[in-house]
Design a protein around this ligand. Structure first.
Ligand code: ZN
Length: 241
């Protein structure tokens, strides 16, 4: 294989590898608008989970308080019965004081129960808002999902073609030439073979010596940028297919 053919094949490899990278990114990256919608859904889901967790905690607390309050109601009845049986002032004072105490405990729990009910109501309202996706939003999301699925399908098909073409070029090049390319690639990926930009290297922007520039423009030999060591080619000699 002549050095010119080798250079042409390396340029093709670089272009295919760049295409592959671009397509891989396309396949992996949904459009920003869709990503934002999905993120909003995920946020909603997280908020709903937190909402349900808090609801569970409050319901457990509510149940425990209800049981305590029920016991206190019974105690209050018991003290009231004692009150009707007192025989002197001292006993009456003791019973009244016990009644005040029980009533205080009941009041405390009842106000807690009320606060819990309020918070549960607020959580219900929040959950209703969180789950509400307007028909418009839903339509937009489904539309974007569909567009994205189509575009991703196209990219995947194109990616398959690029991969097949890469295998072909690798076979054409043979093991030794591929080995040389891999060394260069591993040093300078994802851009190892770069076009001239006027009289400069388009990757590192170094201005090339006149003699080197002439050789690159000739396109008959492998020439490397003296600054970044990338393989150089003249885009006029090797235009994209
Ligand atoms: Zn360079």
């Amino acid at each position: 294989m002549s050095e010119r053919s080798l250079l042409a094949a390396y340029v093709t490899l670089q272009r295919l590898l760049t295409q592959r990278l671009t397509l891989q990114r396309e396949v992996e990256t949904p459009p920003a608008e869709l990503a934002a919608l999905r993120a909003r859904d995920a946020e909603r889901e997280a908020a709903l989970t937190a909402n349900r967790k808090r609801r569970g905690e409050l319901e457990a607390e509510y149940g425990a308080l209800e049981r305590e309050t029920g016991a206190l109601y019974e105690e209050r009845e018991h003290v009231r019965r004692q009150k009707s049986q007192v025989t002197n002032m001292k006993q009456l004072q003791a019973v009244v004081s016990a009644l005040d105490h029980v009533q205080g405990q009941i009041d405390e729990r009842e106000s807690k129960l009320k606060r819990i009910m309020e918070e549960l109501d607020a959580l219900d309202g929040q959950a209703a808002e969180l789950t509400a996706e307007s028909p418009q939003e839903r339509q937009q999301r489904l539309h974007l999902e569909q567009l994205w699925a189509e575009r991703r399908g196209d990219s995947e098909a194109e990616l398959e073609r690029v991969r097949a073409r890469l295998r072909e070029v690798q076979l054409e090049l043979g093991a030794a030439a591929m080995e040389a390319f891999k060394k260069l690639w591993n040093l300078r990926k994802p851009l190892a073979v770069v076009p001239l930009d006027g009289d400069s290297c388009s990757a590192c922007h170094a201005v090339l010596r006149a003699a080197l520039l002439q050789l690159v423009r000739g396109g008959e030999t492998l020439q490397y940028c003296e600054t970044c060591r990338r393989l150089l080619y003249d885009p006029a000699q090797f235009p994209p297919p």
